[in-house]
Design a protein around this ligand. Sequence first.
Ligand SMILES: [Zn+2]
Length: 110
Amino acid sequence: MAKVEHDLTDTQWHALMEAWGGCAYCGGDGAALQKDCMLPISRGGRYTLLNVVPACASCNASKCNTEVITWMRRKRLDEPAFLARQVAIARSLADPADPAGLPAPVDPPA
Ligand SMILES: [Zn+2]
């Protein structure tokens, strides 16, 4: 069984904020963007390059533990555009040696 891993590095997080240029959902450039897991931790999501986007405090609080697509539709946000951009940004930031952005399948010695 794979254990839950949170492998988003500070470098990746800053690159994400730079790539989005503001809140991933509303475009707001709040000074304090927060790490939002598209798939909430409570639903099995993890803090990884592929699952985290920067969100302003307002969007983060509104979305809370809702799955991202459900929430975006409820808010009448443009989720196809969001998803396309999210994939493009995650791919552009992923390690070239690990294009899927997935954790390397290496178990550290116990
Ligand atoms: Zn926002």
